[in-house]
Ligand binder design. Structure first.
Ligand SMILES: [Zn+2]
Length: 111
């Protein structure tokens, strides 16, 4: 399962960062254009964090919108879905520049 390995990566990163301390909360960003399903990450996080320093940590997922460059009018546009249209001219010919990323933005450690 795709989300399982992603979540394991997030957990490994947090464990490294925490250096043996208990992690109380983790904030992650999943771009709105990402194919990753946030609910699946939440589910996997709970399962994968069991019996680690992350057990019981609060997971907060935010979904920043994507950005693209319109190939018709040349302007930058906000994208809330992968095959969205340009907010300026309505074109579907858009080159995606951001929004597919998944990253950890904050880790809180109990010390
Ligand atoms: Zn346009």
């Amino acid at each position: 399962m795709h989300e399982m390995s992603i979540t394991q990566g997030i957990i490994d990163l947090c464990l490294q960062h925490a250096g043996g301390h208990r992690v109380t909360s983790v904030d992650i960003e999943i771009g709105q254009l990402s194919s990753v399903v946030p609910e699946a990450i939440e589910f996997c996080f709970e399962a994968c964090s069991r019996e680690t320093a992350l057990e019981g940590a609060r997971l907060t997922i935010s979904r920043p919108p994507g950005a693209g460059q319109c190939l018709e009018c040349g302007k930058e546009t906000t994208l809330t879905e992968l095959y969205g249209s340009c907010m300026h001219c309505g074109s579907n010919r858009i080159s995606i520049v951001a929004g597919e990323e998944l990253r950890v933005t904050e880790i809180e450690v109990d010390d």
